[in-house]
Design a protein around this ligand. Structure first.
Ligand SMILES: Cc1cc2nc3c(=O)[nH]c(=O)nc-3n(C[C@H](O)[C@H](O)[C@H](O)COP(=O)(O)OP(=O)(O)OC[C@H]3O[C@@H](n4cnc5c(N)ncnc54)[C@H](O)[C@@H]3O)c2cc1C
Length: 236
């Protein structure tokens, strides 16, 4: 297991009413792959410690790492990180962790990214790595949120970050005015374009709350994806 390192908060950015991205400086950060995560450790003066996992939101860039934290009401760690940790303060991080839920730039196969809520975080790292490496591998994002105010990385996604493909945003509770799709859970129609029917199935990365991940994986297998090619990460 890798050692704990000091991580200093250098910037916090609002992504939604309850979601923030946090940029930390971690001296001598060893680098990481898109999709990996870190453990974050908070220590109180009385010695009490709390550890939680957070995904890395961007490819390696020097000693900076970006995390995305969604406040869980009543949660011990997420409200503190998202709202209260002062810029300039330190936490500890351990990682990078995880070797299965990763996308490597040398991968040439089609990729389907399926995010629920803050499950966008590790998938955003894949989208950014894909763009940075000028990968020509097809990569498509389907992103499920409750309503338009919950969309993280709005401008970056609108700018065509996911290769040449415009991300499909699926609203579960309230869609923007004029939307042709009524609000509802992600469906086969959302996960498969007409052009993809019959094509060799993509490698799928699905991330979000457990209920979302299980539903999305079931829909994917229902439209012919091989379960062994569906990689999942559950946030809680
Ligand atoms: C590999 C991995 C990567 C993760 N990456 C991210 C990430 O990028 N961004 C992020 O915001 N979170 C991420 N998480 C979830 C994160 O580790 C914490 O579980 C989350 O922030 C809640 O911690 P907490 O201390 O605030 O809540 P806790 O005090 O641990 O829990 C409070 C209550 O909320 C429930 N709960 C816990 N987590 C969730 C949840 N995610 N949704 C709904 N209810 C919950 C608990 O069952 C409990 O009842 C990741 C988890 C894993 C395992």
């Amino acid at each position: 297991m890798s050692a704990w390192r000091r991580a200093r908060l250098v910037r916090r950015q609002e992504q939604s009413r309850t979601g923030r991205t946090l940029l930390f400086d971690v001296p001598q950060w060893p680098g990481h792959l898109a999709g990996q995560h870190v453990d974050v450790r908070l220590s109180a003066d009385d010695g009490y410690q709390a550890i939680r996992s957070y995904s890395l939101a961007a490819p390696t860039e020097g000693d900076g790492i970006e995390l995305g934290v969604q406040t869980v009401p009543g949660g011990e760690v997420s409200p503190y990180l998202a709202r209260d940790l002062p810029v300039g303060a330190d936490v500890e991080v351990r990682g990078p962790l995880g070797g299965w839920f990763v996308w490597r730039p040398e991968q040439r196969e089609s990729v389907l990214l399926v995010a629920g809520g803050c499950g966008i975080v590790p998938l955003m790292a894949m989208i950014r790595a894909h763009r940075l490496e000028r990968s020509t591998a097809p990569m498509r994002l389907v992103y499920s949120v409750r309503d338009p105010a919950q969309v993280w990385y709005r401008d970056e996604l609108a700018g065509g970050a996911a290769g040449a493909t415009v991300p499909r945003i699926v609203y579960t509770r309230r869609a923007p005015p004029g939307s042709s799709r009524p609000p509802g859970h992600i469906s086969a129609h959302d996960l498969q374009t007409p052009e993809e029917a019959g094509a060799s199935p993509a490698l799928c990365f699905v991330c979000g709350p457990t209920g979302f991940v299980e539903h999305a994986a079931e829909v994917l297998t229902g439209i012919g994806h091989d379960p062994s090619r569906i990689r999942t990460e559950r946030f809680g």
